[in-house]
Design a protein around this ligand. Sequence first.
Ligand SMILES: [Zn+2]
Length: 261
Amino acid sequence: MSETFTAGELERYARHIIMREIGGPGQRRLQGAKVLVVGAGGLGSPALIYLAAAGVGTIGIVDDDVVSLSNLQRQIIHATARVGAPKVESAKGAMHALNPHVVVRAHRTRVTEENAEALIKPYRLIIDGSDNIETRYILNRACVARGATLISAAITQWEGQVSVFKPWEDEPCYACVFPEPPREGQALSCAAGGVLGPLAGVMGSMIAVEAIKDIALAGRPLKGRLLVYNALDGESRTFEVEKRKGCPVCDVKRNPRAAVG
Ligand SMILES: [Zn+2]
């Protein structure tokens, strides 16, 4: 991590550096941070763009998909000219166009039980912007075993939710809050139920906010709380969520692999 900023970096990050809660030390922490974003879709688009703009030193992207025309209503990191291109490469190009100083690692793959641990290993902060429940559970288990912070968000139609999971701080993990996957037909995918474009922007930006707070040690993290935003009603509510005794993932008595800090 460099001790001083170049003149260009000072100017680029001036609006963060001037803030008391971030300042020079927070900006240096951002430069030294390694963040993995799973999913370069609706949630990943604003999260990746804002993390790159903020100067997060190393940003990994996991996605095995290619850009399609129906993505562009909300996945604003991509572009019409890049339809058919791998999302990780399309996102990487957009991020470097905004900020050439950040290192972007493209992982063109899906998160599986087999590769999750190796994928997240180089990163301390993992962002889940994936579009399926199976990936969410796999990532949660890998983060608990590794002791990595997980920021998880989800959107469907007009509603979004976001939370930060640090189960070793006596806070819940993802599986504490969502012990069971939604039943068939209970949760609509974006393809089946639709999703409001800018809702992805709102929730994906909240992911980036929580990530920057976590890295720069600013403010009060959204851990032990679940924020739900209903765009149709123009309302957001924050619910307290608790660690579940006997959680098969993060309760050390049930799972000896659960990291204790
Ligand atoms: Zn748990």
